[in-house]
Design a protein around this ligand. Structure first.
Ligand code: PEP
Ligand code: MN
Length: 462
């Protein structure tokens, strides 16, 4: 198995506990156009929430963020692969031990499939512990003649369709912080406390035995078991297998929240957004001279940008100049979400332009957001075949251009939900009535996710 090339820096360096009140430029975004922000109902409660967030401890640490940047640099060069997955929108209610462990277990299983198949280290990252803010195409939602503010994620308002729940409540930012802290605490316990030990590779496989991916995983787990036993007899030291690195990421949409959690690292004197290790800018908020790009250009975290089918090569170059002026390995990730129908045509010119400029970014595929359709019974869904087709297109394009297909970004869950159509134990529209749980976009369920991992592992080994 390939070893990661960079030695890990100390994971917990001291990050100043105080807010970054007067760091030059950090508040520049306030004077720029900004979209997708809430209209808070209570100015005083807003001030109190932001003041409290500014003095709460960081959720992640500067040393961990730097370590991730090194890992992503490996992925950009084809020496590792990024697996990033989780809910479209996390909710406070679903932040339970069972749900969180299910999602971690599914990501660990997918990572094992990819690592074993592709003989490459896999960087494991959740859309977790902070994925609470959603951009919306409309400010309002109308149901049966009643119009209310659209749901913007639990950090802003509630999903329940009542005026009280849909009001934008700034106290929710504090609840998002505490829910993220509890989620991270579980993630750290699961990934550092022995649950992620490779010797438990069988135990991660959950139910759903009728699915072909289940049997395929079992057989892979048996092979790994044999290899582990062999190494054991050879006297190998398995301490390192007990722990895995796991990073937290979310869309940095709600700028008041992101700004309040930004701290100056006492080692380097530089600002880190301590709400998550990796932050991305969504397709709807990536305008060059607007607030989101400006704010994220000023923090040290590795940054992602979603690129939809209308992006041009020049847009990509301008984003690189703004977000990664030093061309720092691992700093910038482009997450393409073009749609299965578009990717083979739209991605090549963008990649070519970036490559010709000499810049190196990490290219990741999000095969979900360009493939959303509405089912006949009115659910937002995606066809598993379209998702697979976009992934295949992504690999084809990069293989043809000699560039690196470096990661997979997915909306998925560890639960047996019915939200995306198809898969080898096919989900049909009728199943949505009972098992559709997402409050936002449809996710691959546990088995569809595992199936996806097998497909990607084949694409990586070709
Ligand atoms: C998302 O990741 O949930 C999302 C809204 O994506 P995009 O910005 O690509 O539309
Ligand atoms: Mn989504």
């Amino acid at each position: 198995m390939t070893q990661l090339s960079t030695p890990p820096p100390a994971p917990f360096t001291s990050t100043s506990q105080s807010g970054a009140a007067d760091y030059p430029g950090l508040d520049e975004w306030r004077s720029l156009p900004v979209s997708q922000q809430p209209s808070w109902s209570d100015a005083e409660a807003f001030e109190r929430s932001v003041a409290e967030l500014s003095i709460l401890p960081p959720l992640v640490f500067a040393g961990e963020v730097d370590l991730l940047r090194h890992r992503l640099a490996d992925a950009a060069q084809g020496r590792a692969f990024l697996l990033q997955g989780g809910d479209c929108a996390e909710t406070f209610e679903a932040a339970t031990a069972d749900r969180i462990s299910g999602r971690i277990r599914t990501i660990l299983q997918m990572a094992v499939v990819l690592t074993y198949g592709a003989a490459m280290p896999v960087i494991k990252m959740g859309r977790m512990a902070g994925q609470f803010a959603k951009p919306r195409s409309s400010d309002v939602e109308t149901r049966e003649g009643v119009t209310l503010p659209a749901y913007r994620g639990d950090i802003v308002n509630g999903y329940e369709f009542t005026p009280e729940s849909r009001a934008h409540d700034p106290r929710r930012m504090l609840q998002a912080y505490h829910t993220s802290a509890a989620t991270l605490n579980l993630i750290r316990a699961f990934t550092q406390g022995g649950f992620a030990d490779l010797r438990l590779v069988h135990a991660w496989n959950q139910g759903f035995t009728r699915n072909p991916a289940h049997a395929r995983y079992e057989s892979l787990a048996r092979e790994i078991d044999r290899a582990v036993k062999f190494m054991d007899s050879c006297g190998a030291d398995f301490e390192a297998l007990k722990r895995v690195e796991f990073f937290a990421s979310h869309e940095a949409l709600l700028l008041d929240y992101e700004r309040a959690l930004t701290r100056i690292d006492s080692r380097t004197g530089l600002p880190y957004d301590t709400s998550g290790h990796f932050l991305w800018i969504g397709e709807r908020t990536r305008e060059l001279d607007h607030a989101h790009v400006d704010f994220l250009s000023r923090v040290r975290n590795p940054i992602g940008v979603k690129l939809g089918p209308n992006v041009t090569g020049d847009d990509a170059l301008r984003l690189i100049d703004k977000l990664d002026p030093e061309r720092e390995p691992g700093r910038l990730t482009f997450i393409t979400r073009m749609g299965a129908k578009n990717i083979r045509e739209k991605l090549p010119p963008v990649v070519e332009k970036v490559t010709a400029s000499g810049a190196q970014v990490l290219w990741v595929t999000d095969p979900m957001h360009g493939n959303t359709v509405t089912s006949r019974n009115g659910y937002k869904t995606r066809r598993f075949d379209d998702v697979v087709d976009e992934v295949r297109g992504f690999f084809e394009v990069h293989h043809a251009l000699g560039t690196v297909p470096g990661g997979l970004h997915m909306e998925m869950t560890g639960d047996d939900v019915a939200e995306c159509l198809g898969g080898s134990d096919p989900i049909d529209e009728a199943a949505f009535e009972d098992r559709y749980e997402s409050v936002c976009d449809p996710r691959l369920n546990h088995m569809q996710s595992l199936e996806m991992a097998f497909l990607v592992s084949e694409a990586l080994t070709r």
